[in-house]
Design a binder for this molecule. Sequence first.
Ligand SMILES: [Zn+2]
Length: 274
Amino acid sequence: MERAYLRSTVRVEPLRDRSPPTHSRKVAALKTKTMKKRTLPTVPLVLLLLGPLAAAQGTKKTEPASAPAKPAATAPAKPVTSTAEPKTRLELHVKGLTSENLDKVRGGLSALTYSAYTCDHCQFQASEPGKCPKCSAELKPEKRPMFSSVMPTPGDSTITLVLAPNHVTRLSEIERALRVDSVSVDEAALPIAGQAELVLRGGKAESLSAVEKALQDAKLFDELHARWDPGHDEIRVTARAGATPPTRGRVESAIGALKLEIKDVVWGNASMKS
Ligand SMILES: [Zn+2]
């Protein structure tokens, strides 16, 4: 049940169907996906999701992802990426950003990369090395920028990041890069935007339903699901925010009575990795 849910939330499919996606098929795929979720979405939510989806696809240089109506019969062993994931925009409120360190901060964030593995022949993309499931060629590693866009603004002490889709970005990585230039993130004001995973410290496996209930009652996210990570003794909450994402401060006060704290926030296909 839990596994099935997670897969439905973060499932990504290999790009098998080469024909361009049609609007109606995307709607159908979205409906199929969302119907499986615990929190039943409304039609406006589906429509809401279509905007960023369409925008994200419009800017892609890789071939469009089509969400097949049926799951692929032979899924590859390793998780692969999908280009259907909408881009997440994060506006960070920071301390220590000045006109003097502006260029260094921008450079430091722009230099962050991640590894992707691509098939030269089919442009198939994966997050881990291996063979192309379509043509069996060896996937080639390449470094890609972690952010599609980095916009630091010293005047209002913000850094706006657009996360490159289809890979994992951790708040802790962003903070580490900023620390080099003595810039820190105002954590309470951090937006938990897009699809994110909250890593919670201080909980127990038994507290999952209490965590879900507290967050549901606070109405902060459109969708959420909590699971226990036995490897790290942590609660992980997969959450999808609506158009106005809640701040970390609001999330923390919603779960404050449970004596939990947010250890990290992970954007992208995080749940696949664990
Ligand atoms: Zn290939």
